[in-house]
Ligand binder design. Structure first.
Ligand SMILES: CCCCCCCCCC(=O)SCCNC(=O)CCNC(=O)[C@H](O)C(C)(C)COP(=O)(O)OP(=O)(O)OC[C@H]1O[C@@H](n2cnc3c(N)ncnc32)[C@H](O)[C@@H]1OP(=O)(O)O
Length: 226
């Protein structure tokens, strides 16, 4: 089952996780800078060919040892977890901007972040799919923060005005809830105000409901999806 593959338990201590983060965080930032340079560099074609050979050598070095599949989410017995492969927040994912999302137990989430050249759609503007990606995550965090984690069932975005590349903010909150369903709302705010608004329905999935019913989990808590 996909969820069995994706959720791992681990015994790493705070110190071990901090030591790893101190190395892989800056490493991922370096790869992020490489992605940006891949788009924006104006060096000549011979220089690009030479750089490609060096990058391929580094990739070969890194893939000598690697895990199968995605990073998944690793949990400790205290319920804290790390989603370091996540496409929006992942510490080890250079595709992630990344967002650092603040949450409140009342079911609110927010993040200030920057989107540069790798996230472009229309010229100088953020790709609509990237906006949807970010809102999905931030709305999901709001639901989880309120103790109502879930998988996205539906996500509706209203693009009110173009979102310029650069400094942005995302905000989300729980709008209402009923049984296993939680509706969250949110928005992206640019320099000229809100650019996109979202409403999403987050559903506690059947497999999580069954785990809770079997007594294998204390209840629907954010730890499933952090
Ligand atoms: C700290 C937390 C951080 C969290 C961050 C998360 C951010 C990222 C979130 C994601 O990106 S999740 C990935 C994108 N979403 C998915 O891949 C979800 C794929 N779909 C599923 O896994 C399942 O369809 C789903 C979990 C949504 C529902 O499956 P269930 O087997 O639990 O549903 P079931 O058939 O038992 O139906 C339960 C209720 O939900 C309703 N339902 C099911 N799927 C629905 C859907 N897609 N839209 C609307 N309603 C839906 C269904 O009609 C029913 O309503 P009623 O109880 O009123 O009859």
């Amino acid at each position: 089952m996909a969820e069995a593959r994706a959720f791992h338990t681990e015994t790493a201590t705070d110190e071990e996780i901090a030591a790893e983060a101190a190395v892989v965080g800056p490493f991922t930032d370096a790869v992020r800078a490489l992605v940006d340079a891949t788009i924006r560099s104006t060096v000549d074609l011979d220089e690009i060919r030479a750089a490609q050979a060096e990058i391929e050598a580094i990739t070969e070095r890194l893939t000598k040892e690697q895990i199968p599949g995605g990073y998944g989410v690793r949990y400790r017995t205290d319920g804290t977890g790390r989603a370091w492969g996540n496409a929006v927040i992942g510490l080890r994912n250079p595709i992630a901007p990344p967002l650092t999302i603040s949450t409140e137990p009342s079911g609110r989430a927010s993040a200030d972040f920057r989107l540069g050249a790798p996230y472009e759609g229309p010229p100088g503007l953020v790709h609509g799919g990237v906006i949807s990606l970010i809102l999905d995550q931030v709305l999901g965090h709001a639901a989880g923060a309120g103790g109502r984690p879930g998988m996205t069932g539906t996500l509706t975005i209203r693009y009110r005005q173009a979102t310029p590349l650069g400094e942005l903010r995302a905000e989300a909150w729980i709008d209402r809830a009923e049984g296993i369903k939680t509706w969250a709302k949110g928005r992206i705010i640019g320099p000229d105000g809100p650019t996109a608004e979202a409403e999403g329905l987050f559903i506690l999935p059947r497999w999580a409901r069954e785990r809770i019913a079997r007594g294998e989990s204390k209840g629907p808590s954010p730890k499933y999806f952090e």
